[in-house]
Design a binder for this molecule. Structure first.
Ligand SMILES: *Cc1c(COP(=O)(O)O)cnc(C)c1O
Length: 227
């Protein structure tokens, strides 16, 4: 049995230790529990241990979980690839979307966000390594997309997100995160609500925290391997 409560504590300690190494306040970093291919029971165990932010990659799987857990005060983050025929449901169900990488998707999310919902929190995904198989806007085109997205009325643009290539080499991990951080800083001027760097997973959260992450997205280290 995976001890979810114990794992959450360990992740919290990893974040805090990394933060202190670079003189950051540990509370400036939020942990998102990534629950793709994990059960509703697992989510409930994490929620019972005080976890509030949850990330999901696949709409259909997420919709079922979110409906089941209505009224439990959880915050839902969409972190998967977005197909344009899924934007309506995403705009209805989620509090945050971390993986916006083109204007068309952003426009649809804004148009389809229900009137009585608060603005949808958005991060733009940056393809920091120009990885062919990964989503994300190229670093050269981020600033253009920022300008376009910030004018959309039902969105609240919060910052940038990335999924760099996996590497066990700390300096390599840090290099990618540092590049996204410097883009984030360049784009920050007169940007209201620009406060989120969504980066770091189970294998590289320390490097991400060293480079300024404010949201780490953690699956395996909390819930064990996915089946
Ligand atoms: C699955 C996933 C995670 C969590 O990955 P782990 O290595 O299990 O911590 C984080 N971010 C995204 C975008 C994911 O798809």
């Amino acid at each position: 049995m995976t001890d979810i409560k114990e794992n959450l504590k360990k992740v919290g300690e990893r974040v805090a230790r990394a933060a202190r190494k670079v003189n950051r306040c540990p509370r400036s970093i939020r942990v998102m529990a990534v629950t793709k291919r994990h059960s509703i029971d697992a989510i409930q165990s994490a929620a019972a241990a005080g976890q509030r932010d949850f990330g999901e990659n696949f709409l259909q799987e997420a919709a079922e979980k979110i409906e089941n857990l209505q009224d439990s005060g959880l915050v839902w983050h969409f972190i998967g690839r977005i197909q344009s025929n899924k934007t309506r449901s995403i705009a209805q169900l989620f509090d945050w979307v971390h993986t916006v990488d083109r204007l068309k998707i952003a426009q649809r999310l804004s148009e389809q966000r229900p009137e009585d919902h608060p603005r949808l929190n958005i991060c733009l995904q940056v393809n920091v390594a120009s990885d062919q198989v990964k989503g994300g806007v190229s670093p050269e085109h981020v600033s253009e997309l920022v300008e376009e997205v910030r004018s959309l009325p039902k969105l609240r643009l919060r910052g940038l997100m990335c999924i760099p290539p996996q590497s066990d080499v700390l300096d390599e991990q840090r290099g990618y995160f540092a590049r996204v951080r410097s883009l984030f800083t360049e784009l920050a001027s007169d940007q209201k609500d620009w406060d989120t760097l969504s980066m770091g997973m189970s294998g590289d959260l320390e490097s991400a925290v060293f480079e300024g992450s404010t949201f780490v997205r953690i699956g395996t280290a909390i819930f064990g391997p996915r089946t």
